[in-house]
Write a protein that binds this ligand. Structure first.
Ligand SMILES: *Cc1c(COP(=O)(O)O)cnc(C)c1O
Length: 416
């Protein structure tokens, strides 16, 4: 039986780790070390030649480690395991989701280039694209889930920068309304503007559903990004990020990571290795709990509307996109409470089991108020258009007993 054919969840405890290299320890130790000893000067020379791309690795050549900014066993094993879920050739792990995202943007964009991105995107990403990249002379153009292929192409043409389109960046499902962006459609647009001299790459932030419930590479994305702080880490105790893709693109990303020095440390790598062992069971339990919570909310008289991927209506474009690219509705549920900020805050202030905090994807359930918290920096007009209003509450459903979650929601709604 070839290990490569096994399911990722079967390989998360062992893949890429050789106990015989670590005194037989069943678990990968934390390699808390900054540098690695070369056996000979010739060996050190050879490692550097390959690491800096001065020559290719020879077929049977065993390469050793150099320095923890370039490579470290905890990170390399983590990268190999993380790649299995998305069937990616290569992976680079970062000290945060933001460092993975910003490194990718800096690796592939140059002054004068055009970046086309979906909107809304994560607040930090939005800030970097619109406030930082623009200062470096990069042109940016947003579109939303309401746009179709034709209207996006029209926007690109109208920008006058179509020839300089270099990167499409999408986040789907979008936060906090769960609006979906069609990954295959974006692939088509990227291909339309690619030619022999210039490839247009498609990058997808897959934090909300992946890596268990959505595989953007299979849908045509070149690069997949994660805030590993969320589902991958899953315990609200670590900040980390990752980028996946083919060897060539990840090579370029890792080259920049080496010089920015924003790789994750060994302790973070070790925590994520532990988290990956339970990734699938956590995400499945969370998704099951979310179905029950969403149903409960939809039937509650104090709730106006529930934004949940399991409630998309047959025959709609969003439902078709869902069926094409999502394997589960996931565990993010947002809802409009009847009323406004006062009612929303009364609910949030009376939760007992569910914690009032931003972030998501953890074992414990979290609730927050996007309009005054995660999305407060957004343009008010755009916020209105995207239905991020004072009555909207976002829930990240955890692994607790679903009956306890529903009773907590019920008792908090009683105070509204
Ligand atoms: C949290 C988050 C990020 C940023 O990740 P950090 O690990 O906090 O740097 C990026 N994208 C999405 C969708 C997120 O939820």
């Amino acid at each position: 039986m070839d290990k490569k054919n096994m399911h990722p969840e079967s390989l998360m405890m062992s893949y890429g780790y050789k106990p015989e290299l670590s005194e037989g320890a069943i678990k990968c130790p934390i390699f808390q070390t900054s540098t690695f000893v070369f056996q000979t000067a010739e060996e050190g020379k050879a490692f550097f030649e390959v690491a800096y791309g001065h020559r290719e690795q020879k077929p049977n050549e065993q390469l050793g480690l150099i320095y923890s900014r370039l490579n470290n066993p905890d990170l390399e094993i983590l990268e190999d395991r993380l790649g299995l879920w998305d069937k990616a050739e290569a992976c680079a792990v970062f000290e945060s989701g933001m460092s993975a995202i910003t490194t990718v943007l800096l690796a592939f964009l140059r002054p004068g280039d055009l970046l086309v991105h979906s909107s809304p995107v994560y607040g930090g990403t939005d800030h970097f694209i619109n406030q930082v990249l623009t200062e470096f002379g990069i042109h940016v153009l947003g579109f939303s889930a309401i746009d179709n292929e034709q209207t996006i192409i029209e926007k690109i043409e109208a920008s006058g920068k179509a020839k300089r389109l270099k990167l499409m960046y999408i986040e789907t499902p979008a936060n906090p309304t769960n609006a979906l962006i069609d990954i295959q459609m974006c692939r088509k647009i990227a291909d339309r503007y690619s030619d022999a001299d210039k490839a247009v790459y498609l990058a997808c932030d897959n934090t909300f559903l992946g890596p268990v419930f959505q595989h953007p590479i299979k849908q045509g994305a070149d690069l997949v990004l994660y805030s590993a702080t969320k589902y991958i880490g899953g315990h609200s105790d670590v900040i980390a990020g990752a980028c996946l893709g083919n060897k060539e693109l990840i090579g370029a990303v890792k080259a920049l990571r080496t010089f920015l020095g924003n790789m994750a440390g060994p302790w973070t790598g070790w925590l994520l290795l532990r988290s990956l062992e339970t990734l699938k069971i956590r995400m499945e339990t969370q998704a099951n709990n979310a179905t029950q919570v969403a149903d409960y909310l939809a039937n509650h008289p104090k709730v106006e509307k529930v934004y949940y991927l399991g409630f998309l209506k047959d025959g709609t474009t969003q439902k078709a996109v869902y069926e094409q690219q999502c394997l589960s509705p996931g565990a993010m549920v947002s809802f409009d409470i009847k009323g406004g900020e006062t009612e929303a805050f009364a609910f949030l202030n009376h939760l007992k089991l569910i914690k009032l905090a931003v972030s998501l994807g953890s074992t414990e359930s979290l609730a927050e108020h996007p309009a005054t918290m995660t999305h407060v920096d957004m343009d008010p007009e755009e916020m209105k258009q995207l239905k991020i209003t004072e009555k909207l509450i976002r829930l990240s459903v955890g692994v607790e007993n679903p009956d306890d979650l529903m009773s907590d929601i019920q008792q908090a709604l009683d105070f509204v």
